[in-house]
Write a protein that binds this ligand. Structure first.
Ligand code: NAD
Length: 281
């Protein structure tokens, strides 16, 4: 079947590997979801920049894993909440890889506290990294997408941005007002950017992970008791793995999903299905 569209060239088939020839930047890519996503993008044929803020050795291990697939990868240290460092990171990527096709704005953290004990520093840190960090990375990537435009033999879109959100963009979370607010902000930022940039051929979407086994939430899955409590919230009855998110990111970034614009893909084993109502209500 031939697909025709004003965006990019008609294409008979989506190429395999799915991301062959594309250049991806994954932030916070030396741990958890970012790490799995960077590796999956490399496996899918992309050259990958592995951003990290600390933990260089781990970042270099991720680079080694990615280059074993025969693609290019490099580690780059930058704090995503620092404007100058983000500008320098994208500049270096464009200098060394030629361009950027995919941004996975993944870096994030938690600084939890009951509301009246939450400090301004805790509030600001989470908003700075989780929301402002995504804004800065998206802005710098978009400048390059617009400069370069569509390259039909690479992708039908001029660029793809995937914002790592959370089920907490819709589920309120007591004791985590900074984190939930940051992810609510990510949702509206993503949708606004999608609306603004779609006419320029740029697809902006988000992934909202549920409970994924990574260092950020070790307390929630590390002991049998905690895991049993957590599973009560997950209809699919398993804690997610980083690869569950990584595979969704590869799909969203690929031309297989070229018509997906401004959507949040919930990858949560059904956590947002109000599991308490399965037996009550
Ligand atoms: P993680 O702690 O394993 O990874 C977070 C990464 O972000 C780390 O590499 C960390 O160094 C990096 N980071 C933190 N601050 C940074 C900064 N200023 N600049 C650059 N990098 C920075 O946790 P994870 O679970 O892999 O989290 C990844 C993303 O997924 C986050 O945005 C998180 O909110 C989101 N998420 C995770 C879950 C889950 O269950 N694990 C659920 C929903 C959403």
């Amino acid at each position: 079947m031939t697909v025709t569209s004003p965006k990019g060239a008609p294409r008979d088939l989506v190429p395999f590997p799915l991301l062959a020839g594309q250049k991806a930047l994954v932030t916070g890519a030396n741990s958890g979801i970012g790490r799995a996503t960077a590796v999956a993008m490399g496996r899918a044929g992309a050259d990958v920049v592995v951003n990290y803020v600390s933990g260089r050795e781990e970042a270099e291990r991720v680079v080694g894993e990615i280059t074993s697939f025969g693609v290019r990868a490099m580690a780059h240290e930058a704090d995503v909440s620092d404007e100058d460092q983000v500008v320098a990171m994208v500049d270096r990527m464009v200098g060394e890889f030629g361009t950027i096709d995919i941004l996975v704005a993944n870096a994030g953290l938690q600084r939890d506290a009951p509301f009246t004990e939450m400090t301004l520093a805790q509030w600001r840190k989470v908003l700075d990294v989780n929301l402002t960090g995504q804004f800065l990375c998206a802005r710098e990537a978009t400048k390059e997408f617009l400069r370069r435009g569509v390259v039909p033999e690479v992708s039908r879109a001029a660029g793809k941005i995937i914002c790592m959100s959370s089920v907490h963009q819709v589920i309120p979370w007591a004791g985590h007002v900074n984190y939930a607010s940051s992810k609510g902000g990510v949702q509206m930022m993503m949708e606004t950017l999608a609306q603004e940039l779609a006419p320029r051929g740029i697809r902006v979407n988000a992934i909202a992970p549920g409970a994924i086994r990574t260092p950020i939430n070790r307390d929630a899955w590390d002991s049998p008791e905690a895991r049993a409590d957590l599973l009560k919230l997950i209809p699919y009855d398993r804690v997610g793995d980083p690869e569950d998110i990584a595979h969704a990111a590869v799909g969203l970034a690929s031309d297989l999903m070229d018509y997906v614009v401004g959507t949040t893909l919930f990858v949560d084993g059904g956590m947002t299905l109000f599991p308490g109502f399965a037996t009550g209500g």
